[in-house]
Design a protein around this ligand. Structure first.
Ligand code: SAH
Ligand code: SF4
Length: 382
């Protein structure tokens, strides 16, 4: 058997691995705590494990983190790492410190196949899914790096948002064990409310997540009607707004929070007009006749080269927020963090070898959506 990287396992997986080695399952708890709570990567340091087990582990297993290619520190305390995931691919992870929390923004894929118009990851194309170990290694590394930097034994990262590179629900099989390790009391012990999966709307996987590992849910909405949303988030062609919002309603009973967060990227002249606000209010208030318990998070568009888009100006963002607030929708405007190091939402591009030619398709898509026919439709309700 080839040696296993123990970062690939949630506790259940590690217990099964211990059994395969002829060890009792409970050994996995000790091992898991060493790895995730204490950041150990060397079996020799795990002094409360029997020597015979440590020897067995040293041939059958290893704990191998991702290689750090670079680290950038923003003037506002935000830190961005670029991790090598092999074969020319690299992914980014961002730590965002705030007074009452430390949030880690984690990547789930090298690139992204969804190809949203306003997202620099989407523009880069898709290379591959990250493994559970590669997702978890971002948290493992950041947590223990920050703990050492701050000189304490206290937990530093209190929140994880799956909002880095990639569409987490298009990498469901690897995502769920990683989430379970984040939530596990023997792992990072994060509450379900403090782990957020953000999705562009992979409807069937939203249902599976609700059943198998419900955590806080953020949905990237970005538009109040299907024509406009399909032009911004191509996945909308497969799972249009009515289906997406139904999936949100189905998710809520199992969600750890009693609302869904809708993300809405503010794009000048594209989705930020009073008519869009009016449509959005109508959509969210009346969906399925009952309205959806939600919060709206307006994200000022973070520009990147060749997007062909600009951010709505401050006054427009505020007017849009006021319009939603006046209609009774809880609305916040996201503060941009780490933009001096390109670590803000949608600026994460890492280094991806596009193996699906998404970037080519994106070029075609852009030509299409720039045609007057589609833009003329942008204000209509579907
Ligand atoms: N793929 C998932 C999670 C990663 S993107 C998703 O789309 O939800 C995280 C958030 O950043 C999403 O809401 C996304 O729409 C937003 N985003 C992407 N590009 C952006 C940009 N250039 N400016 C602002 N927000 C952006
Ligand atoms: Fe992928 Fe999310 Fe970017 Fe869209 S916004 S391309 S789903 S990472």
């Amino acid at each position: 058997m080839t040696a296993a990287n123990l970062l690939e396992f949630d506790l259940e997986g590690l217990a099964a691995f211990c059994e395969r080695l002829g060890e009792k399952r409970f050994r996995a708890v000790q091992l898991f705590r060493w790895i995730h709570q204490r950041g150990a990567s060397d079996f020799a340091s795990m002094t409360d494990l029997a020597k015979s087990l440590r020897e067995k582990l040293s041939t059958a297993a290893h704990i191998t983190p991702l290689k750090v290619l670079s680290r950038q520190d923003s003037s506002d305390g935000t830190i961005k790492w670029l991790f090598d995931v092999g074969n020319g691919d690299a992914v980014e992870t961002v730590y965002i410190p705030e007074a009452d929390r430390g949030t880690l923004c984690v990547s789930s894929q090298a690139g992204c196949a969804v190809g949203c118009r306003f997202c620099s990851t989407g523009h880069q194309g898709f290379s591959r899914n990250l493994t559970t170990g590669e997702i978890l290694a971002q948290l493992w590394f950041a947590e223990h790096f920050l703990r050492a930097k701050l000189g304490g034994a206290e937990r530093v990262i209190s929140n994880v948002v799956m909002m880095g590179m990639g569409e987490p629900l298009q990498n469901y099989a690897a995502l769920v064990p990683a989430l379970k390790a984040m939530l596990d009391d023997h792992g990072y012990g994060l509450s379900r409310r403090r782990v957020t999966v953000s999705t562009s709307g992979v409807v069937p996987m939203m249902d599976r997540l609700a059943a198998e590992c419900p955590v806080a849910l953020a949905v990237s909405l970005h538009a109040p009607n299907d024509v406009l949303r399909s032009s911004l988030v191509p996945l909308n062609n497969k799972y249009p707004l009515a289906e997406l919002l139904d999936a949100c309603l189905r998710y809520l009973p199992s969600a750890p929070r009693d609302f869904v967060t809708f993300e809405y990227c503010m794009l000048a002249g594209v989705n930020d007009q009073p008519e869009h606000g009016r449509q959005l209010v109508g959509l969210l208030r009346q969906h399925a006749g009952q309205g959806i318990h939600c919060k709206i998070n307006l994200i000022p568009f973070n520009p990147f080269p060749d997007s062909g888009l600009t951010c709505s100006d401050k006054a427009t963002v505020q007017a849009f927020a006021d319009q939603l607030l006046a209609a009774g929708l809880v609305t916040t405007v996201r503060k941009t963090r780490g933009d001096d190091i390109d670590a803000a939402c949608g600026q994460l591009a890492g280094d991806v070898v596009d193996r699906t030619r998404v970037a080519d398709r994106m070029g075609n898509l852009r030509r299409l959506t720039e045609s007057p026919v589609i833009w003329a439709n942008k204000g209509t309700v579907q």
